[in-house]
Ligand binder design. Sequence first.
Ligand SMILES: C[S@@+](CC[C@H](N)C(=O)[O-])C[C@H]1O[C@@H](n2cnc3c(N)ncnc32)[C@H](O)[C@@H]1O
Length: 219
Amino acid sequence: MSDEPGPTEWGEHPHGVGPWADEHAGPVPDDPRYDPELLAHGDRRNVVDAYRYWTRDAIVADIDARRHPLHVAIENFGHDANIGTVVRTANAFAAAEVHIVGRRRWNRRGAMVTDRYQHVRHHPDVAALTEFARDEGLTVVAVDNTPGSVPLETARLPRRCLLLFGQEGPGVTDDARAAASTTVSIAQFGSTRSINAGVAAGIAMHTWIRQHADLGRAW
Ligand SMILES: C[S@@+](CC[C@H](N)C(=O)[O-])C[C@H]1O[C@@H](n2cnc3c(N)ncnc32)[C@H](O)[C@@H]1O
């Protein structure tokens, strides 16, 4: 998880709150989840209201207690700018981990600082990712519109699931497809050969959410 400031911290967030004393009657709470600095100066971070004034560690611990057994992996062999989008969406859906396969460096801008609250793990290659999935009892599902893929719209995704995405240009590699139990595709009807990988990841993650999440626990 990263400490560097990101785009949502370069300016004041419009939904932030001021110092606790300006916002609430009564004493400042001494709950250890609260950050004294944020209580004193306000909290302008892009976090849901339930986490206002909480320390980052307390927020991560709270999400950790109810993360889904959903992992997402994206191949990163050419600095894919979509990885930030994948991390942000994985955070929104409380996915267990995001796995980056290939190059370690990725463009954090699209993550909008959500990588602070999301576990992100690097693997040098698909073989290492596959080993991780096997150890964790996760079924690998590749996501791409390649021949032989089955429609995501009617597929039943496994509960302990690792969704594996390719990148702009090459798509899912042969190694990744071979490692997957199945490949699912998102139905398209227009002229383009494919949709943006970050958008595809959002659709696929949400399909898992619709099938397996307890929607009564959503914010
Ligand atoms: C831009 S696409 C890659 C290229 C694509 N295979 C092609 O032939 O143009 C990048 C990634 O987005 C995801 N993706 C894009 N469109 C998709 C679709 N219709 N169904 C499933 N995955 C898709 C896949 O993970 C894919 O590897």
